[in-house]
Design a protein around this ligand. Structure first.
Ligand code: UDX
Length: 430
């Protein structure tokens, strides 16, 4: 089977490299010719540890090639993976314009039967729409199948997640089509769930929404922990040891961000409302997450008082470590609020770059943590990059005007910092 990956963004490029690693011949297609040119030269348009090296390896062995012409791309391959983006629309629903465009491209370019596999995150019911878009764009009817096969990779560990998934979900009404997709993953050692397309689509949203719910549950509970002077991490450990609950995704902090959780929680709520089944729990999950940066800012305000003229060193702006992705990063809302209150903001992040909008409003990016921390009235950690936990905080204390640390990810060693004389504040940290 010759695999074509349509859409060479984060998901598409990782998927292409993963299939090449599994021994398949794979190609990538994207209408963005600059992106394709960069990929042909082995350069990624985003940061992901380890991916560029593997891309180069497979370019060299010619197991990965790239196309910018849709017709030859579609015609040269028999399995077409849809990996295009489904960004959020203003009303919270998923924007399917790129899915529709790629489907129509498949329909109008196909000259023989095709297996279309949908990896992009799409609302329940989209598989049927994709089939309609392809059929409507065909000049003459040619057989094709559309199978749903959602991806669960995380940024920062994308390759590891793609090559060693917990499970593979295959949603199809056609047994033979499902079996062809299953064969692509033959070398993987994990459970395979064979189900209907709509179920597969819902599984993806349910997984992300459930994980977001765990985080918001813990974040709200951490507010109570602060009031009770109780450690949220101890509570998380105490409940997480119960296998029915599980220890992961119970880290309290300034809230979840990224390209998936905020978007997918909203899109699932939107779809549910369309079906007359509002998901009120998710509304709360979203609301808690949205207010978590403000909760932490209020705690900063109670300690620092008036922010005007105060110099704050923001450590980390990416939505999590291991990525330069700033989408829905809680750090951005916090920096915005700090600037609004007249604070002077110095930022450091090992890979992410401060958006021009915030720079224009006075925030400054420094190339080292010390550069941001020098002369600061307080340090505010927003992304738990390991470099901050392993920093020499005794030396840093000497650089800062005041030894105050706000740890928005509970990532620093609170006990040690306190022993060094820092006034330390976390989220639900005693
Ligand atoms: C997520 C899903 O994990 C992945 O399966 C899906 O395919 C895409 O969305 P990703 O967005 O890359 O992956 O990051 P993830 O590691 O899940 O973290 C998401 C956000 O939650 C980050 O902002 C992170 O800081 C936050 N988080 C995570 C917490 O605040 N607390 C936790 O305990 C875990």
């Amino acid at each position: 089977m010759k695999i074509l990956i349509m859409g060479t963004g984060y998901l598409g490029t990782t998927t292409a490299v993963a299939f090449a690693e599994l021994g398949w011949m794979v190609s990538g297609f994207d209408p963005d010719t600059d992106k394709i040119e960069a990929l042909r030269q082995g350069r990624l348009p985003f940061y992901e540890p380890g991916l560029e090296e593997l891309l180069r390896k497979h370019l060299q062995s010619e197991s990965i090639t790239f196309y910018s012409d849709p017709r030859t791309a579609v015609q040269d391959h028999d399995v077409l993976f849809l990996c295009v983006g489904t960004p959020p629309k203003a009303d919270g629903s998923a924007d399917l314009q790129f899915i529709q465009a790629a489907s129509e491209q498949i329909g109008s370019c196909m000259n023989e039967p095709k297996l279309v596999v949908v990896k992009s995150t799409v609302p329940p019911g989209t598989q049927a729409k994709i089939a309609r878009w392809i059929a409507n764009a065909q000049r003459a009817p040619i057989r094709f199948d559309v199978v749903s096969n959602p991806e669960f990779l995380r940024e920062g560990t994308a390759l590891q997640d793609s090559l060693h998934p917990d499970r593979i979900i295959i949603g199809s009404d056609d047994e033979e089509a499902a079996d062809r997709v299953r064969r692509l993953y033959e070398r993987m050692d994990c459970p395979i769930v064979l189900t209907t397309p709509t179920t597969a689509e819902l599984i993806k949203y349910a997984a992300n929404s459930f994980l977001a719910t765990k985080i918001s549950f813990m974040n709200e509970l951490a507010r109570l922990c602060d009031a009770l002077d109780v450690s949220a991490a101890d509570v998380a450990r105490g409940i997480g040891l119960d296998p029915r609950i599980g220890a992961s995704f119970l880290r309290a902090g300034i809230g979840y961000g990224g390209s998936c959780f905020p978007k997918d929680v909203n899109a699932l709520m939107f779809t549910a409302e369309q079906y007359g089944v509002p998901l009120s729990l998710l509304r709360q999950v979203e609301q808690i997450n949205r207010s978590q940066p403000a909760y932490f800012l209020n705690r900063m305000k109670s300690r620092l008082g008036n922010m005007r003229g105060r110099r704050i060193a923001v450590l980390g702006i990416a939505f999590k470590p291991g990525t330069d992705d700033l989408r829905e990063a809680p750090a951005l809302a916090i920096i915005d609020a700090l600037l609004e209150r007249g604070a002077s903001v110095r930022v450091h992040d090992p890979v992410a770059r401060l958006p021009v909008g915030l720079e224009a409003r006075g925030a400054v990016q420094r190339e080292s943590p010390e550069g941001a921390l020098g002369g600061a009235d307080a340090a505010l950690l927003c992304t738990e990059w390991p470099v901050y936990a392993s920093a020499d905080w005794l030396r840093i204390k000497g650089l800062m005007r005041e030894a105050i640390v706000f740890d928005g990810r509970n990532a620093l060693d609170a006990r040690r910092l306190k022993a060094l004389g820092f006034d330390y504040h976390g989220v639900g940290v005693r």
